[in-house]
Design a protein around this ligand. Structure first.
Ligand SMILES: Cc1ncc(COP(=O)(O)O)c(C=O)c1O
Length: 300
């Protein structure tokens, strides 16, 4: 395991280990904008693959694209993706690992939301099906504890030495003091206790926010029903430009993420990502009410 400064550094180190500038990297569409930025800054090309809102990437579709494009690596958020909230079923994960192993294509699996499940069991990871080391698993404590600790990690399989070397060149080593403190917290069982409470709270907040959106937003609004994580993907009327709405909302002290941030194509200009990480209170309720009013009064 290589410890990193958060999940994003893990993804960067893994991408650097398995690609060179000009290479093509497959990502989900829509995908977390941080992944786009990294791909761009490393001089890579992104191949956006439509992902099912419930089950994520379809391995059969990926296989067809492997035949048509020189895909050098994949970066997928397999559990509760950001922004859609899709969770790839276990059998699809297994198929995906078989496929990338057959084609010898490294899969960088970003599992940052994996611990935040609402069901009885933690969803599996692609890494758990990886027998030949082609999956580079990345995660961190940023979503499940706090982003401020900057503690993440990667299990980079057959690329571990290359990732270690890249990490050493870039940051020499991680901060050992915070690692010591977190290691203590993990070893005394407090983390498990914290996670159990957090999952319950997030599930309740998810339902409360959905109810709020259904109350305040116009008829025809469509909302994702994630089974974990903490973001909702909301589809608005086609005439709404989510970026303009985002700017209007900011004037009222409301922060949402417009769909345009999550794809290089114009398909999501009427979508919003709304985080339900903040506990429900009257301010949130009023914020959703204001957002609903801005949408109803929107003039194109
Ligand atoms: C899918 C995904 N990966 C990585 C990150 C960044 O993680 P970290 O703060 O641990 O670098 C985020 C943050 O929003 C994310 O949504």
């Amino acid at each position: 395991m290589v410890v990193t400064a958060g999940c994003m550094e893990a993804v960067v180190m893994c991408l650097k280990a398995v690609t060179k500038p000009g290479d093509t990297v497959a990502i989900e569409n829509p995908t977390y904008f941080g992944i786009f930025q990294v791909i761009e800054s490393l001089g890579l090309k992104a191949l956006e693959i439509s992902a099912d809102p419930l089950t994520g990437i379809d391995p059969a579709r990926l296989e067809k694209l492997i035949g048509r494009f020189p895909i050098k690596a994949c970066v997928f958020v397999t559990n509760f993706s950001n922004p859609v909230g899709a969770c790839m079923p276990d059998d699809k994960k297994e198929q995906l690992v078989r496929l990338i192993t057959k084609h010898r294509i490294p899969l960088i699996e970003d599992d940052i939301y994996g611990e935040l499940y609402f069901g009885k069991h933690r969803p599996k990871t692609c890494k758990s099906f990886d027998r030949e080391g082609w999956v580079l698993y990345c995660s961190s404590l940023s979503k499940s504890l706090s982003p401020g600790y900057r503690i993440g990690w990667t299990l980079a399989g057959r690329f571990t030495q290359e990732v270690l070397r890249t990490k050493m060149i870039h940051t020499v080593t991680g901060t050992s003091l915070t690692q010591e403190a977190i290691a203590h917290f993990l070893s005394i069982g407090r983390y498990e206790f914290h996670l159990r409470r957090l999952r319950k709270a997030l599930h309740t907040q998810c339902l409360r926010y959905i109810q709020g959106i259904m109350t305040w937003f116009p008829e025809g609004t469509r909302i994702s029903r994630p089974q974990g994580g903490f973001v909702l993907w909301v589809e608005l009327d086609r005439k709404i430009n989510a970026y303009r709405l985002y700017q209007e909302a900011l004037k009222h002290g409301i922060s949402v993420a417009p769909g345009q941030l999550f794809s290089a194509q114009p398909n999501f200009s009427n979508y919003l990502r709304i985080s339900y990480a903040r506990p429900w209170d009257t301010e949130v309720e009023e914020g959703l009410g204001t957002l609903g009013r801005l949408i109803r009064n929107y003039r194109s």
